[in-house]
Design a protein around this ligand. Structure first.
Ligand SMILES: [Ca+2]
Length: 174
């Protein structure tokens, strides 16, 4: 009698554990799939450096996405971005899925594996990264790092040198 009850109890416990286990699997699968709908990808980034990825990266990005990252540096600074990893659906003219980088004076469009390890500088203090995917064929997307900086050009260095030369001639030499 005790063995019978004990056997039934174990079977009942096992069934309960199995149900909980299956529910957990179902829940985890649902959460993994919900990446498609719950991701906010219109972001303004103001940190001095960081990185961002396409939705669900390194898993495939969802279809029909329209995302925009605006990297905003203080006045006088510029923004530099580097493509750490990149894979979008390949198409002539990037007509299906694409990343468009607005540096301030020009726009550059990318898809397939083109810009891996490429670095781009903004002309002003804002850089915009737009991402669009169409309804079919998804890839893993991208991982982009960014940093703000005072990137001194040769022209600026030359001007500074001339200024110092004049300063030295007028105030030190005379
Ligand atoms: Ca696509």
């Amino acid at each position: 009698m005790i063995t019978f009850i004990s056997g039934r109890w174990w079977r009942w416990t096992f069934q309960k554990a199995l149900t909980v286990f299956l529910l957990q699997i179902f829940f985890l699968t649902t959460v993994a799939q919900s990446c498609q709908s719950s991701v906010s990808c219109n972001v303004v980034l103001t940190d001095s450096q960081g990185s961002f990825t396409s939705p669900c990266y390194p898993n495939d990005y969802p279809p029909s996405q329209a995302c925009k990252w605006t990297i905003q540096a203080p006045a006088g600074f510029i923004v530099q971005i580097t493509f750490l990893d990149f894979e979008l659906e390949e198409a002539h003219g990037c007509i299906y899925d694409r990343v468009v980088i607005s540096t301030g004076t020009s726009d550059a469009k990318f898809c397939s594996l083109t810009p891996n390890e490429l670095t781009l500088n903004s002309s002003g203090n804002v850089m915009e990264v737009s991402f669009n995917s169409d309804f079919s064929v998804q890839k893993k997307g991208f991982h982009i790092s960014y940093k703000q900086g005072l990137f001194i050009t040769w022209q600026a260095l030359h001007s500074m040198f001339i200024y110092l030369l004049f300063y030295y001639k007028i105030f030190v030499y005379n």
